[in-house]
Design a binder for this molecule. Sequence first.
Ligand SMILES: *[C@@H]1O[C@H](CO)[C@@H](O)[C@H](O)[C@H]1NC(C)=O
Ligand SMILES: *[C@@H]1O[C@H](CO)[C@@H](O)[C@H](O)[C@H]1NC(C)=O
Ligand SMILES: *[C@@H]1O[C@H](CO)[C@@H](O)[C@H](O)[C@H]1NC(C)=O
Ligand SMILES: [Fe+2]
Length: 470
Amino acid sequence: MFKRTSARNWSFQFLLICLVLLSCAEDSKAGLTSTFIRQLWPSTDIPLDNEVFAVPTGHNAPQQVHITQGDYDGKAVIVSWVTTEIPGPSKVQYGKSEHQYQWSAEGTITNYTFYQYKSGYIHHCLVDGLEYDTKYYYKIGMGDSARKFWFHTPPKIDPDAAHTFGIIGDLGQTYNSLSTLEHYMQSKGQAVLFLGDLSYADRYTENDIGIRWDSWGRFAERSAAYQPWIWTVGNHEIDYMPELGEVGPFKNFIHRYATPFLASKSSDPVWYAIRRASAHIIVLSSYSPFVTYTPQWRWLREELTKVDREKTPWLIVLMHVPLYNSNEAHFMEGESMRVAFESWFVQYKVDFILSGHVHAYERSHRISNIHYNVSAGDAYPVPDKSAPVYLTVGDGGNQEGLASTFMDPQPEYSAFREASYGHSTLEIMNRTHALYHWHRNDDNNKVTADSVMFLNQYSATNCIGEKKKT
Ligand SMILES: *[C@@H]1O[C@H](CO)[C@@H](O)[C@H](O)[C@H]1NC(C)=O
Ligand SMILES: *[C@@H]1O[C@H](CO)[C@@H](O)[C@H](O)[C@H]1NC(C)=O
Ligand SMILES: *[C@@H]1O[C@H](CO)[C@@H](O)[C@H](O)[C@H]1NC(C)=O
Ligand SMILES: [Fe+2]
C-alpha cells in the first residue's frame, strides 16, 4: 500500500545522510528545519475490534499489564494489570528462571467509575528487594488464564553505569502510534521516559472514555509489561469533565498508572523522581500548581539538592509542555513554568529537559533566558553552556495529527526540527558520553534522522573525563 520508487528511496537515503552529518556535532550552531514530512496513515484511532487491542482469553485473564520503577534506586518494580470478572487474586509470582517462580508479592485492588463506565479491577503490586542487573520472570493470574512476562532490573547506581532510555510522547492509539511503538521495540531501549498524553481517550464521550483507556492499556502492554515506563502526565490525562460530573483531575490516570512518588517524598503521584543506573530523573506535572511556595515548587527545590552528580552524573527532567519550542502549536504554553524553574535548571546544570505536547520533533541549542525579569534585561534566550538541551518528542502518533507549521525564520535557539512521527533513544555510555537519536518512523524501517553525542554537563564542567585519563 505504501510503495516507494527506488529513485525516491535513494534521494531519501541521501537526505538522511546529510541530516545526520549536519547534526552530529553538539556545538554546531546552524538551525535545521527538515523539509521531510511524512504522514503514513490518517490520524484515526485503530478500531476496537483490531487485534492490537485483543483481550487475552480465559476466565478473569489479566490484561493491560504494565510495569514501572517501584522505588528510588531501581531495586523494585510496580506491576499493574486489570481483571474484569472477579477482583482477585492480586499476586505476582516471580523468579530468576522461566520455570521457577519461587517468590511472590501481594498487591492491592482498586476500581472506579467515570460517568457511567465502571472500571475493571485494577491491580498494583510492588515487587521489591530485587537484585540489580538481573532478569526476572513473573506470572500473574490463575490457572489456565495465568500470563507470564519478564523484565530486567537496571544496573546499580554508578556514575559509569550504561543504560539506554526510550523517549516517547503523545502516543495515542492510531496506526501511527503502533508504528512508533513497534519501531521503539526494535531499539535497544531498556526503559521508557514517557512524556505525557497516553491514550487520548478524552477525545471520546461518555463511557467510551473509560473504554479507550482500557484499549490503550492493552495496546501499550506489548512493551510496558516488559520494561518500566516512567510516566509523566499531559493535558489528556486531566479528564476534567464537569458535563459528565467528573471534576477530579487525573482520575483515570491515577487509578490505572502507579508511580513511586512516595520514594522521593513527593506528596502527589504526578510529580516525583527516580534514580536509575547513572541518571537522576525528575518528573514534573505541567498541570499541577508549580508557582513559588506550592507543594511541587517546594518539592523540586528540595529534590534538586539531593542530586549527587558524583553518583548520577546525568540529570534529566521530564514535563509535558516544552519550555522552548518554535512550533506554532502550543507556542509559549510552557512560559510560566520556564519563569518558575529555568534558573534552577541552569544552576543545577540539568543535562536534558524532555517534553511532548507539540506533535513534532525539535532539539534546542544550550540556551537560557534567566537574566530577564519584568522590570529589566533582554528578553531573548542567549547561548549558555550551563543550560540544558531542550528536546520535544511529542510525535508519538496520536489522532490529533502532526503540528506541521514551524515559526519562520527558525529562531537561533532551535537546532533541529521536523514534523514527522517517531521516538528517541538516549544511550548513556558512561559518566561523560551519551549517544542520542531521534528516529523517524519510515514505512517499516527504523530510521535515524537526528543524532548527537552529548557530553555530560557536570563532567564537562569538572573535567572528570580528563582527570581520569591522567
Ligand atoms: C468495585 O467493585 C465492587 C465489587 O465488585 C463493587 O461492589 C463496587 O460497586 C465497585 N466500585 C466502584 C466504584 O465501581
Ligand atoms: C530585575 O532586574 C533588575 C535589573 O537587573 C534587578 O535590579 C532586580 O533585582 C531584578 N529583580 C528580580 C526579582 O530578580
Ligand atoms: C565514555 O565513552 C566514550 C565513548 O565510548 C569514551 O570516548 C570516553 O573515554 C568514555 N569516558 C569515560 C570516563 O570512560
Ligand atoms: Fe499535550
